[in-house]
Design a protein around this ligand. Structure first.
Ligand SMILES: Cc1cc2nc3c(=O)[nH]c(=O)nc-3n(C[C@H](O)[C@H](O)[C@H](O)COP(=O)(O)OP(=O)(O)OC[C@H]3O[C@@H](n4cnc5c(N)ncnc54)[C@H](O)[C@@H]3O)c2cc1C
Length: 697
């Protein structure tokens, strides 16, 4: 056992070496595969060709799980990724980044209840929720086997806590960097298995072919930064099955806590005619801004109840929350609740709830003031004479601090007691919470929607699968940690589905003429980006899209603003499609393709949102749909919030997903009914066993 020292409060301090191991995670060195010698010639240009049975695009936690599971099943898999350790999994986190899986302690879990908690917000089939619930055991067991350091007690039960939308306490964590550690152990495993890896390689086009009247995937056109045999680095990866694991569209919003350069693959899918679903559903909440160190501020960062204040242009500190909450106790209890009610939710703005905090922060930002958490002082009082006191807290707040033996005088001491890793993490990124305040903001963090998949991760395009944040597997709400679990569960399920489908597959030889023609199109598009005279650049398109999405499609929306935003997004897309996006050198072609995709993604999201609002959809999930005709209005102690009167959710809307796809020159929206009935088809052992053995081959 490592030697420990005691803190000034008499507790064993966690040795620095352990804190370092969980925050400064070293990733393995990865040597990509040798350049392929197989080449195609399109328009007289040499295009290297790679061949595999299954191609996984993206190397986050979801993609790497699929890679490992496919390889273990004997499928010849290749993973190609823009940035091996560049996605959300490798670069994001929170105070204790959460993995939500079936509880393994005490009396175990109830999968039906678990599934109900996943789909309780609607727009998600119960069956999808159930496979995620049941599959979570295997997801977490596999990760533990590969070395994920999840904390457990001496009887082997994993330590758990309660997270957002979680009634049962199914959350667990390895600390701030759970998902990075997941990527690490999955990469270690992939390297041990000898999986083929193509780093710095971005898919830009899905190539399809029609076989027996059915469209299917036959490969992907990609840009490989290390490829020099043509000026753009264009390569073709031929595959029979494609797994899109490209993460979420983090670049959609200006106010965002995603790491930089997360474009995701929704544009790639839309272009190939693949449907998206639930793209109206996202998460927004407090975090440190992306211009500094993008990090989520849920959990202990707020449960220790730091002083919250804003600073105006003259440098005055403002206790702005006192204009919203009526008593100090109400204000600090809601600050605390942001810990496990992290995402904004319109209904929680009511009755002085925890999303009134979010609205207050949002309005301070809109007024041009910066907002801070100060861990060195307790919250300022709301009314004169009513000081913050640990003896005057709501019972759940007091109990939490008591149970964690964290009833210390200052927020920083409470944080040091409950989560020293949370302090360490910011120290590593240049902010010492023990000496300075932390600027924060309301940010976009996660898209619950994405590519429409079935319960095997299949899209409606044959041979095309989607997993992780690229997939629209979640409903309107999700418990914190369910995203990482979903990526693991579907990472395995697509491997099972692909392996099974290969057993009955007829030999398929892709049509080379078709591939060469698609390569020719990509080459001429690349050349037009370089040689055209468009006034749009990747930077101008990015600025326009991000501002529009943050200003009109964030937590507060109105029908007229969304409609106007959609019209502007359509204009941009038409213009970009006619005139392109100008780049100055062949090495920048990738930016043009990516931003061309984002132009379509932003229009698709606004089309779905506009459809939802026009058809009477109310406030749910991440957004308040505000209107004078609204039936609910948040109240504040001394702030007029009448302009935030909002339309309440219609329960019927929970019974469908909204699909959006490209048809010709426009995006079409169509509802798809979901089945929320909690029924499970149970199988008898001997009958099910035989069927299983045949399916597995
Ligand atoms: C601040 C923050 C905190 C979060 N906290 C939690 C949490 O506590 N619990 C939870 O469950 N979820 C959390 N999430 C969400 C969760 O981290 C992500 O949903 C998840 O990590 C996504 O994993 P992924 O493998 O799907 O994608 P990513 O990890 O984003 O990986 C995508 C990969 O695809 C590559 N790529 C992208 N486009 C292409 C292309 N065209 N071609 C090839 N490669 C491509 C990228 O380079 C990257 O390697 C959080 C997110 C953020 C931003």
């Amino acid at each position: 056992m490592m030697k420990t020292t005691q803190t000034k409060d008499g507790f064993d301090a966690i040795p620095q070496a352990i804190l370092d191991r969980l925050t400064r995670v070293d990733m393995p060195a990865v040597a990509g595969i040798r350049p392929s010698e197989d080449c195609l010639s399109a328009s007289g240009i040499e295009i290297p060709k790679y061949t595999c049975e299954a191609l996984v695009l993206g190397s986050g936690a979801a993609g790497m799980r699929a890679v490992v599971e496919l390889h273990r099943r004997g499928v010849d898999v290749l993973v190609a990724s823009t940035g091996l350790f560049a996605g959300t999994s490798a670069c994001s986190g929170s105070d204790k980044q959460t993995l939500y899986t079936a509880s393994t302690d005490y009396k175990g879990d109830n999968f039906v209840k678990y599934a109900e908690s996943l789909c309780s917000g609607g727009a998600m089939d119960f069956s999808t929720a159930y496979v995620e619930a049941v599959g979570s055991n295997d997801a977490i067991g596999g990760l533990q086997f590969m070395g994920l350091p999840l904390p457990h007690d001496d009887q082997g039960a994993i330590l758990r806590y309660q997270t957002d939308h979680d009634e049962a306490g199914r959350a667990t964590s390895c600390g701030p960097r759970t998902s990075k550690l997941m990527v690490k152990v999955l990469f270690d495993e992939a390297l041990t298995l000898g999986v083929r890896i193509l780093p710095s390689c971005s898919g830009i086009r899905i190539v399809k072919e029609t076989v027996d009247g059915v469209e299917r995937v036959c490969g992907v056109i990609a840009l490989h930064r290390e490829e020099k045999r043509n000026e753009y680095g264009l390569v073709f990866i031929q595959c029979e099955d494609l797994v899109i694991a490209t993460g979420g569209p983090g670049e959609l919003y200006r106010d965002s806590v995603y790491p930089h350069h997360c474009h995701g693959g929704l544009g790639l899918a839309l272009e190939a005619g693949v449907e998206l679903c639930n793209v109206t559903e996202s998460q927004f909440g407090i975090g440190t801004p992306r211009t500094k160190f993008p990090w989520n501020l849920s959990g202990t960062y707020v449960q220790v109840m730091p002083r919250v204040y804003s600073v105006d242009e003259y440098g005055n500190e403002i206790n702005f929350l006192k204009r919203y909450y009526r008593t100090t106790r109400e204000m600090v209890s809601n600050t605390f609740r942001k810990g496990y009610q992290w995402p904004f939710h319109s209904a929680r703005m009511l009755d002085y709830g925890s999303s009134l905090f979010d609205l207050a922060v949002f309005l301070e930002q809109k007024a041009g003031r910066k907002v801070y958490l100060d861990f060195l002082s307790n919250p300022d009082p709301v009314n004169g004479g009513e000081e913050f006191s640990l003896d005057d807290l709501d019972p759940d707040v007091r109990a939490y601090l008591e149970n964690n033996e964290a009833l210390f005088e200052l927020p920083i001491d409470r944080l040091r007691r409950m989560n020293p890793l949370a302090i360490e993490l910011y120290r590593m990124h240049g902010t010492d919470l023990a000496t300075e305040p932390l600027e924060f903001a309301m940010n976009n963090q996660h898209m619950n929607g994405g590519i429409l998949i079935d319960d095997w991760g299949k899209t409606r395009l044959q041979g095309c699968y989607a997993i992780g944040e690229a997939a629209g597997s979640h409903g309107v709400t999700r418990p914190g940690g369910a995203a990482l679990n979903s990526g693991q569960v579907f990472g395995k399920r697509v491997a099972v589905a692909i392996k099974r489908s290969r057993l009955n597959k007829t030999e398929f030889t892709p049509d080379e003429t078709n591939i060469l023609s698609k390569l020719g199109d990509a080459l001429s598009e690349a050349s037009s980006f370089l040689n055209g005279s468009s006034t749009h650049t990747p930077k101008s398109v990015k600025t326009e899209i991000q501002a529009r999405m943050s200003d009109y499609a964030g937590i507060i929306c109105t029908q007229s603003e969304v409609e106007a935003a959609l019209a502007a997004a359509s204009d941009l897309r038409n213009d970009v499609e006619s005139n392109g996006i100008k780049v100055g050198s062949p090495s920048l072609i990738g930016h043009a393709f990516r931003w061309q995709h984002m132009v379509a993604v932003s229009e698709a999201v606004l089309t779905a949102l506009n459809h939802y609002i026009q058809n009477g959809g109310g406030s749910r999930g991440a957004r308040a749909i505000c209107a004078e005709s609204g039936t609910a209005c948040p109240a504040a102690k001394s702030e007029d919030l009448s302009s935030f009167r909002f339309i309440e959710e219609r329960t019927d809307d929970r019974n469908e997903k909204l699909l959006v796809r490209r048809i010709g020159d426009a995006f079409a929206v169509e509802p798809l009914a979901v089945d929320l009935t909690p029924t499970v088809n149970r199988e008898f052992f001997e009958k099910g066993w035989g069927e299983y053995l045949i399916k597995e081959g």
